[in-house]
Design a binder for this molecule. Structure first.
Ligand SMILES: *Cc1c(COP(=O)(O)O)cnc(C)c1O
Length: 242
């Protein structure tokens, strides 16, 4: 299958999921995660109409973004979807317009300082660990509906980040656990959507974006309210080992 055909198939699936859920397909952004894919593959996806691309490593983006500029005339929005080490944060503002994985206060403060220095604003999403898996990054939200302590701590952290200059907190992001059956991820997506609504209500902020759903589970994520799906392999095929 060609990249263009893959994209068309995914867009059909997104439309079908929106129809099932009574949502408007224009409210879902297809973010092509092009880590370990060639600049040519990115250019093919851009030629097929995509404008949002994601990388998960700063080092890879440093070389690939300028290469992609050679073959795409239209403006592309670059999203950093991976974990950012504090010592790499300095490179982020020059490369990316959106950061999906703000997973700790220290990183939020660091990005805020870097943006304030430049008198600019960065769009960010807060990474939430909904399932409480110890191996996962993100702010812990396990049991937030029952456990006042978890909720208070999360609400406080969100308030702190909403007040930081240079950052515009647009919403929440999560990585669902890897499970063979995509239905099994539904409760995670539903929790993230409920958490977004509760935070928006209590903190009086819109928080419009929900970044959730990947190759294995994006139709379920869209049914549960995803506004950004982060898709790699279903667009580009298997990743190169490197
Ligand atoms: C790699 C990656 C994706 C895309 O994964 P696929 O399974 O290839 O769709 C999405 N989000 C993040 C954070 C990733 O690192």
């Amino acid at each position: 299958m060609s990249i263009a055909a893959n994209i068309e198939g995914i867009q059909e699936q997104i439309e079908a999921a929106c129809k099932r859920a009574g949502r408007d397909p224009s409210a879902v952004t297809l973010l092509a995660v092009c880590k370990q894919q060639s600049p040519e593959a990115v250019c093919a996806a851009a030629a097929a109409g995509l404008r949002h691309f994601g990388e998960n490593r700063v080092e890879e983006a440093v070389t690939k973004i300028p290469q992609v500029r050679q073959c795409v005339a239209e403006p592309i929005v670059w999203h950093m979807v991976g974990h950012i080490q504090s010592r790499k944060a300095r490179q982020v503002p020059g490369l990316f317009q959106v950061v999906h994985a703000v997973d700790r206060l220290k990183l939020a403060r660091r990005l805020s300082a870097l943006m304030s220095e430049r008198d600019r604003t960065l769009d960010v999403l807060l990474e939430i660990n909904v399932s409480g898996e110890a191996s996962k990054a993100g702010f812990n939200a396990l049991g937030w509906q029952e456990d006042a302590e978890t909720r208070d701590s999360l609400w406080r952290d969100c308030e702190t980040m909403l007040a930081l200059p240079g950052l515009r907190v647009l919403g929440l992001m999560t990585m669902a656990p890897f499970v063979p059956d995509m239905e099994a991820t539904r409760p995670v997506f539903r929790q993230l959507a409920a958490l977004r609504a509760a935070l928006a209500r209590d903190l009086h902020v819109p928080l419009p974006e929900l970044s959730m759903g990947m190759t294995e589970d994006y139709p379920v994520a869209v049914e549960e309210g995803a506004t950004i799906v982060r898709i790699g392999r279903a667009i580009f095929g298997p990743r190169r080992e490197n």
